[in-house]
Design a protein around this ligand. Structure first.
Ligand code: ATP
Ligand code: MG
Length: 261
């Protein structure tokens, strides 16, 4: 990408776009990935490109659920792997859960490309010093994160075609799925199977956002960084989670954008 100075006000947004462009050139993304990214960007702009307080609360709740679930899994599509793959691997290392590549538009080429990308990201994260709050051998914890998706030996009930495919060891038997940028239909199918479904989606009005057990209305790479801090230090959260209230709060932030003029 042409050099963008550190001080450029749109630097984060431009570099995220470049990651998507590079991922598309490497054949890792579906043709519609840029459209999905653009829709996300529009909502992020309206949210002031910041993590709102209700998103922070949702991240905290997801961290507690992830660390207390019996069989949690982080499901990753192309955009998530390209924008936040390394952060998701760090979260998985702390939680001790697998990551599953699960694509709406599944092709063998994209599956193998994304499995390799996540493998490379895992190697590079394993070489890091690791977060200071992490007790134990960081390299070992990272290397033991399983990256699933290759062998789709399970079908999500209620869905047809390739988008129903997943692994039994991952999504199939999971009690909790963290699935950023999920499609509404699949989110609904996973919920009807009685699973806890936690999503990251910048559009508080999407079917996914409205169907999920907990919705983090935030940009995936920002949310993943905060999620890592939270899983390193999970707090007890009390009471039922009111997802509609969190979605309403995000919409309030969007309508308050008028005050920023
Ligand atoms: P749904 O299927 O839930 O009704 P949709 O069909 O409008 O929603 P999809 O194309 O299925 O949307 O999924 C893309 C979703 O991901 C959009 O809601 C978009 O706002 C969100 N999104 C895109 N990029 C990001 C990102 N970087 N961080 C968080 N969310 C994002
Ligand atoms: Mg959709």
């Amino acid at each position: 990408m042409p050099d963008v100075p550190e001080s450029h006000p749109r630097k984060d947004s431009l570099s995220a776009r470049q990651k998507i462009v590079d991922g598309a050139k490497r054949g890792l993304l579906a043709d519609s990935a840029m459209i999905a990214h653009g829709r996300g960007e529009a909502f992020d702009y309206l949210l002031g490109e910041k993590t709102t307080e209700s998103a922070t609360m949702a991240i905290r709740r997801v961290a507690t659920l992830l660390t207390s679930a019996e069989r949690p899994v982080i499901s990753t599509n192309g955009n998530t792997a390209v924008l936040a793959g390394e952060s998701m691997i760090r979260v998985a290392a702390v939680v001790g859960c697998p990551i599953e590549v699960n694509l709406y538009y599944r092709t063998p080429e994209r599956m193998s490309g994304l499995l390799s990308l996540l493998g490379e990201q895992r190697d590079s994260v394993a070489k890091e010093k690791g977060p200071s709050q992490f007790k134990g051998d960081w390299g070992e914890a990272v290397r033991s994160v399983r990256i699933l998706g290759d062998e789709a030996d399970f079908r999500i009930e209620g869905l047809e075609g390739p988008r129903a495919l997943c692994t039994e060891d991952g999504i199939g038997l999971a009690d909790l799925i963290l699935v950023p940028l999920e499609d509404g239909d699949r989110c609904e199918a996973l919920i009807s199977l009685g699973k806890l479904v936690c999503v990251i989606d910048l559009n508080p009005l999407s079917r996914t956002a409205r169907m999920a057990s907990v919705t983090i209305v935030d940009e995936v790479s920002r949310a993943a960084i905060s999620l890592l801090s939270e899983v390193l230090n999970p707090t007890e959260v009390e009471g039922e989670w009111d997802n509609d209230a969190a979605l309403r709060d995000s919409l309030k932030h969007i309508s308050n954008a008028i005050d920023r003029l």
